[in-house]
Design a protein around this ligand. Sequence first.
Ligand code: DC
Length: 222
Amino acid sequence: MSINIAIDGPSGAGKSTLARRLAVKLGFIYVDTGALYRAIALYMLRRKADTEQQIVDCLPELDVTLRYMNGEQHVFVNDEDVSGLIRTPEVTMAASRVSAIPAVREYLFVLQQNLARENSVVMDGRDIGTVVLPDADVKIFLTASPEKRAMRRFLEMQEKQIVGQTYEEVLADVIRRDEQDMNREIAPLKQAADAVLVDTSELNLDESEALLLKVCKENLQK
Ligand code: DC
């Protein structure tokens, strides 16, 4: 029997770093579902598929897969490893747009469910606890204030030497993306009724990780 832990929340709350750490601690696979939407967005940008109809028409050309190398998730599109190409601001905004398209979500739904059925996973995203894994063993809604999230993203971009955006621009993007993710008609970002709310605004990574581990252990014992 696989154990499933669902972590949802807005961008920059620390989901991916914390979900990855949690997966290592628990010996589970970490599934970053945002990377799947980003990979589709990259493909559509390259194909210059812009409208919903064009994007839907291109979906049958796509084969998106996740593979694990040295414990790290890599996302492949038609056998090309695109993991290093999907973190740019352009792909980030495009991912938010493609993720609002029902056919894209349906396409990825099956892939995500299969992964969770076959493996014990810590899966992070926006609709994991509400739509993809409604029966997950543990559900966590991870959040932090928009300002804190924008600052974290800004510092991360500086560290990775991705230049071109000021803090104010990153904050504006965070707010715009929250808007898009929370107000879309299909699978909007929202806390599942049975999810535990964790706010990391005032916590560092180690403190957040300790809290998440505690929440997981308590809920898995129930
Ligand atoms: O977590 P991220 O920033 O890599 O996600 C990229 C985009 O994909 C984001 O705008 C929201 C969307 N997304 C989604 O709609 N559902 C998911 N399960 C994961 C991500």
